[in-house]
Design a binder for this molecule. Structure first.
Ligand SMILES: Nc1ncnc2c1ncn2[C@@H]1O[C@H](COP(=O)(O)OP(=O)(O)O)[C@@H](O)[C@H]1O
Ligand SMILES: [Mg+2]
Length: 395
């Protein structure tokens, strides 16, 4: 996968004197210490991350952790105090005004929480705005604006005024405006945070749907961990200007790595987050024969696979024992349930029926592993381990 956007050792200090603050950070000082000693506010402290092409990359953290500062540095509404911002491998930090304007116009689009629609202009004119700035001819920009409005489901609203639209619809206009410029990178800063819960869910689903066809590279900023889990292919978690954890949603919930991150993961619905792949086991090869292979699973039964690795059926524990002793695989007789690797545990649990073995099977029908009811239960009931000193009781 190519890296569309890379941030390397990015710093942002809000102060007229940078050097003492940067030196304190380099020596291991943190945001609070720098503020107490120097009165300088640390926005970003040595942030590095890498956004692959086509990613829905989430930046999550509490208010004041530096998320917007990061977005504003990428878009250069904030001047970085140090570090690199690579766009397709080229550092855009040293660029001059003219080149920067070009990058902002053609490569990166922003959607904010409250972006200003021009109140006395019709919706379609608001969507065209960025194209007008780019000097695109009126007919062409009208056509393009109509196209993106229908993409976001507002095809019939182009000739209305902003005040006639609901908050959710206005947010769609913002999205349409960002899409109209055809920039390949979208930065969405708390774009859905001000919406009512129902509308918000609807917009999240809409964005996921759009992304399947648009395939933009999206940097999505949110203070809501649930939103990050739902939308993200990867999540970066920020605290006091630092990036403290980065990974896939499943890996972060599984291994938060710190109390700060663990606190976000406590309320997570694990049955809807974790998939079959995350708990399956490869199984124990019992026997190889003309017929294919016999793979034992945790419950004692075994899967009989053909030469291509496809599941033919199962043998119960007794038949597996006989196969071990006699060196021959009997004709598979047992029933089993098969699930794709990406099936959420909630759905796997629903398909589970009275002790039948569960096989995880890929798109080509090949056996990948198996899992049992215990595996599902262990994963969805697991809470984040606390540090050893907490919660211990001494008799
Ligand atoms: N223009 C500014 N001048 C001084 N401090 C700022 C400025 N912008 C942001 N900050 C500070 O930088 C830190 C990060 O802010 P911000 O990036 O807006 O956080 P978030 O978006 O995660 O809520 C905060 O401590 C904030 O007070
Ligand atoms: Mg912010």
């Amino acid at each position: 996968m190519t890296e569309r956007l890379q941030i390397q050792n990015l710093y942002k200090i809000f102060s007229s004197t940078l050097r003492p603050a940067l030196e304190m950070l380099a020596k291991g000082g943190n945001k609070n210490e720098v503020f107490e000693k120097l009165g300088a506010v640390v926005g970003l402290n040595n942030v590095s991350l890498s956004v692959p092409e086509g990613a829905m990359y989430m930046v999550m953290g509490l208010s004041g952790s530096g998320k917007s500062t990061l977005a504003r540095c990428i878009n250069r509404l904030n001047e970085p105090s140090g570090g690199k911002i690579l766009l397709d491998g080229r550092d855009i930090v040293p660029l001059g005004e003219e080149e920067l304007r070009e990058v902002r116009r053609t490569r990166i689009s922003m959607v904010f929480q409250h972006f200003a629609l021009l109140p006395n202009k019709r919706v379609i004119e608001n969507v065209e705005f960025g194209l007008k700035l780019r000097g695109i001819a009126p007919g062409e920009r009208r056509r393009r604006a109509e196209e993106v409005l229908s993409v976001v489901g507002l095809g019939r609203w182009g000739y209305h005024f902003p005040h006639e639209l609901s908050g959710g619809m206005r947010q769609r206009v913002g999205l349409a405006r960002a899409l109209a410029t055809d920039a390949d990178i979208l930065i969405m800063d708390e774009a859905f945070s001000a919406l009512d819960p129902l509308i918000r869910t609807e917009m999240q689903d809409e964005l996921l749907r759009l992304q399947r066809t648009l395939n933009k590279t999206i940097l999505f900023i949110t203070h809501d961990f649930q939103e990050a889990l739902k939308l993200g292919t990867r999540i970066a978690i920020m605290s006091d200007g630092e990036l403290v954890r980065e990974g896939t949603p499943q890996s972060i919930v599984l291994e938060p790595g710190s109390d700060y991150v663990a606190a976000f993961t406590r309320e997570v619905d694990r049955a809807r987050l974790f998939d079959a792949r995350s708990v399956m086991r490869p199984g124990e090869p019992i026997l190889q024969s003309e017929r294919g292979a016999l793979i034992g699973e945790a419950g004692g039964a075994g899967f009989v696979l053909d030469r291509d690795g496809k599941v033919l059926g199962t043998l119960d524990a007794e038949a597996c024992g006989q196969a071990r002793a006699g060196g021959e695989i009997a004709a598979p007789s047992g029933d089993y349930v098969s699930v794709p690797p990406g099936a959420k545990l909630l759905d796997v649990a629903r398909s589970y029926r009275d002790g039948r073995p569960i096989a995880v099977v890929d798109d080509d029908g090949k056996f990948m592993g198996s899992l049992g009811a215990d595996d599902i239960l262990a994963r969805i009931s697991s809470t984040t381990p606390k540090p050893a000193s907490v919660g211990e009781h001494h008799a």
